[in-house]
Design a protein around this ligand. Structure first.
Ligand code: ZN
Length: 136
């Protein structure tokens, strides 16, 4: 498995528009994309920071993963996403090493990336996402 960089950091927020204003007005970053990912019941907003992105996640459904997360823990850092060169092989390798996967196979995430989550119980408490841009 080969990780090239941190693709993005996912941050759970209550209100996407208010949060975007903070990142733009206070931090001087620019939101370049807003996208709804129906599958995960979220609306996302993206900011480029070097080669890493900040992904803000607002729930569109209280029963969705981000809705439940905010209900339990409030706003904050939700997950960290690593860019890998081969997501299928990476998942297979991790499973063989006994790492608990949330997604056995990659699915489509925001920005057309193939993504899969690793269970935080297996990663010392961090929800980790692997992603691969298969368009490249
Ligand atoms: Zn993510």
């Amino acid at each position: 498995m080969s990780i090239s960089h941190i693709e993005h950091i996912g941050i759970a927020v209550k209100n996407l528009e208010e949060s975007i204003r903070f990142y733009e007005d206070k931090l001087g970053l620019e939101c370049y994309s807003i996208e709804e990912v129906a599958d995960q019941k979220v609306r996302t907003a993206f900011f480029m920071v070097g080669q890493t992105k900040v992904e803000l996640l607002e729930s569109t459904d209280p029963e969705g993963p981000i809705g439940k997360y905010i209900e339990k823990k409030g706003e904050g850092v939700h997950h960290i996403a690593f860019a890998v060169d081969n997501i299928d092989e990476s998942l297979k390798g991790l499973e063989e090493k006994g790492v608990r996967l949330i997604d056995q196979a990659p699915r489509k995430g925001a920005e057309g990336l193939d993504i899969a989550f690793l269970h935080p119980k297996s990663t010392h408490g961090v929800l980790m996402e692997l992603c691969q841009d298969k368009k490249k």
